[in-house]
Write a protein that binds this ligand. Structure first.
Ligand code: SF4
Ligand code: SF4
Length: 84
């Protein structure tokens, strides 16, 4: 799955010009990919000057829940260590 890093996007529109599926639009000055239209052919990633389009692996809800639980546990452990 491809996503736009909003912190890197310049809003230049090059990705839009090169997308064969009209899957990209500019929202508040930054590119946005409509995942329901994206193939993904990766042409947008190739033309993006700052490299703002990145490939991300989809994460399942179970993986996300496990990650949140692990981070919560680590945060609790750190807080315990800091307490006198
Ligand atoms: S080509 Fe890259 S920098 Fe330009 S609008 Fe698209 S994502 Fe943003
Ligand atoms: S991967 Fe291809 S279809 Fe998807 S947004 Fe980029 S250019 Fe368009």
């Amino acid at each position: 799955m491809l996503q736009v890093r909003r912190d890197l996007c310049l809003g230049c529109g090059l990705c839009i010009q090169n997308c064969p599926r009209q899957a990209i639009s500019i929202l508040w000055g930054k590119a946005e990919i409509d995942q329901s239209r994206c193939v993904p052919c990766r042409l947008c990633r190739e033309v993006c000057p700052p490299g703002a389009i990145i490939e991300v692996a989809p994460v399942s809800i179970e993986e996300l829940q496990t990650l949140v639980a692990t981070l919560r546990q680590r945060a609790d452990d750190l807080i315990k260590q800091l307490q006198p």
